[in-house]
Design a protein around this ligand. Structure first.
Ligand code: NAP
Length: 481
């Protein structure tokens, strides 16, 4: 099928699918989750083989994938996500009568999705982007990631099995294989209405620029990763140096450091720096090098480290060992805050188990760091409650710099739920007003439409006086069901 045919069929499928009741969309999504479970025994070994990730992790990831599919199914079945808002007519209002105005969200149209290499299931073919687009009512044209082609094809087959079982058009999902040229052509197609992407900064920014150069620019929801800083305060640290070092290293090395929420930057007060560094070093010694996702990612990791090794501001606590290139070994470098502040290159993501420990001396330095910090998916604060009492200014600065602010634990392990925010100011994403994980991800693929004085019978169910769907709506400024 050529590109025009793919998009024309997707557009036709869209015009039919977008108005289907939420219940029918939910039935399809639940069928898909069941189908993926049915094919678990085939999907898991393929993904393990293609990603070098352990079986336990892939099994868990499949559970996460079906879990998020069911979450969106539940949401569209319930239906209130469309934000139905009604301002009834006021014919007697003076000096002018008010028209009847009813607003809701409506799906955008065909969405192009680029899957991630580091989540062959949960952020790939039937991952969060694809599913939130389908849940919103949009067909998906999926650009398969070349790092796990067979897994991608198998999952695409499952999507088609589920579409067939539910009597829905197969053009609601198209699996496209290819490289950069094919991906760019998808983004440039006039019928594409939005793009979702997870991957590198270079890739996400290139697609964002491309989409903005189109005759009709379209939104690009690119999640490009971040360094997810942890800010350590003296009391908290001194109360539990070994425990926090362990937590930090576990998070840093999880999945060989190949997570977008991997903590690549940690700010440590000078008084505890040496003890903390020793504790981290001891933990790092316990971690064996393990295979990274693919050769290209391992090469990029070691190239980035080699580049940093040329910088004299960095003192290497543990050097990476590229003996077996596919294996990612851990690395840790230390730098003084005043040096770190001089060059924003020290904030660049190194995708893998590398962290930079930045030693700060004063509150002033801490605030300068916060001001200087680039946009992040997450920022973590390790402080005793009493240490935060006079830190409102700092907290205020940090809020401006991230999508999720943690006061406990580590940034890896992104919960898929209603309140999750997985997004953040640029450069972590190109759309800080959105999330790529959790229920609100659906809103990326819908736009508001208002109907003015539309006859009752023609209005979508969500906006009719009777509220046949029984959803939450704002009527005249009040929430009601
Ligand atoms: P990537 O190189 O950005 O590729 C992701 C997808 O986008 C692939 O399908 C790729 O196609 C496509 N693509 C990339 N640049 C493009 C361009 N200019 N035009 C059109 N399509 C383009 O990411 P990756 O392969 O997953 O990993 C490489 C690096 O990405 C890692 O080293 C890491 O820094 C980063 N990464 C970040 C995250 C995150 O969570 N944000 C996740 C994974 C990786 P082709 O492969 O066919 O070229």
């Amino acid at each position: 099928m050529n590109l025009d045919q793919i998009f024309i069929s997707a557009q036709e499928a869209f015009l039919f699918y977008k108005n289907l009741p939420g219940k029918e969309k939910a039935e399809f999504l639940d069928t898909l989750a069941d189908t993926l479970e049915e094919y678990r025994a085939e999907i898991v070994p393929l993904a393990v083989q293609e990603s070098n990730l352990p079986e336990g992790r892939i099994n868990g990831e499949l559970g996460r994938t079906t879990g998020q599919i069911r979450l969106f199914a539940k949401m569209v079945k319930e239906g209130s996500w469309v934000e139905a808002t009604i301002d009834p007519a006021m014919p007697d209002r003076t000096p002018l009568p008010r028209a009847d105005i009813r607003r809701m969200l409506t799906p955008l149209g065909p969405v192009v999705v680029f899957g991630a290499s580091n989540f062959p299931l949960a952020f790939s073919t039937a991952g969060g982007d694809t599913i939130s687009a389908l849940a919103a009512g949009c067909p998906v044209i999926y650009k398969a990631h070349p790092a796990h082609p067979e897994t991608s094809k198998k999952v695409a087959d499952c999507i088609h099995v589920a579409l067939l079982k539910c009597g829905l058009p197969s053009a609601l999902f198209t699996h496209v294989e290819g490289g950069i040229a094919e991906g760019q052509a998808l983004v440039q197609h006039p019928l594409a209405k939005a793009v979702a992407f997870t991957g590198s900064h270079a890739g996400g920014k290139a697609l964002f620029d491309l989409a903005n150069k189109r005759e009709e620019p379209i939104p690009v929801f690119a999640e490009m990763g971040s360094v997810n800083p942890i800010f350590c305060f003296p009391k908290k640290l001194s109360h539990n140096i070994p425990g926090l070092a362990k937590a930090f290293v576990s998070s840093l090395t999880l999945g060989v450091g190949q997570f977008c929420t991997n903590p690549g930057l940690i700010f440590v007060p000078e008084e505890q720096a040496k003890d903390f560094e020793n504790a981290i070093s001891a933990e790092l010694k316990e971690i064996a090098a393990a295979p990274m996702l693919h050769q290209g990612i391992a090469q990029a990791y070691y190239d980035s480290i080699q580049f940093l090794e040329a910088r004299e501001e960095l003192r290497w606590v543990k050097v990476a060992d590229p003996k077996h290139l596919i294996n990612g070994s851990t690395a840790l470098a230390e730098i003084k805050a005043h040096d770190w502040l001089k060059d924003s290159l020290f904030q660049k993501e190194v995708f893998g188990a590398f962290a930079m420990m930045v030693v700060y001396q004063s509150q002033t330095e801490l605030e300068e760091i916060a001001e200087h910090l680039h946009g992040q998916l997450t920022i973590t604060i390790w402080a005793e409650e009493e240490e935060l009492k006079n830190q409102l200014f700092l907290l205020n600065l940090l809020e401006e710099k991230c999508g999720r602010l943690l006061f406990k634990g580590v940034p890896t392990g992104v919960e898929v739920g209603y309140a999750m925010q997985h997004g953040g100011p640029f450069p972590s994403t190109t759309a800080p007003q959105s999330t790529s994980v959790g229920a609100y991800a659906i809103k990326r693929f819908a736009r508001p439409i208002a109907f003015q004085d539309m006859p009752q019978d023609l209005l979508p169910d969500a906006l009719q006086d009777e509220n046949p769907l029984g959803i939450w709506r704002m009527v005249n400024g009040n929430w009601e069901k």
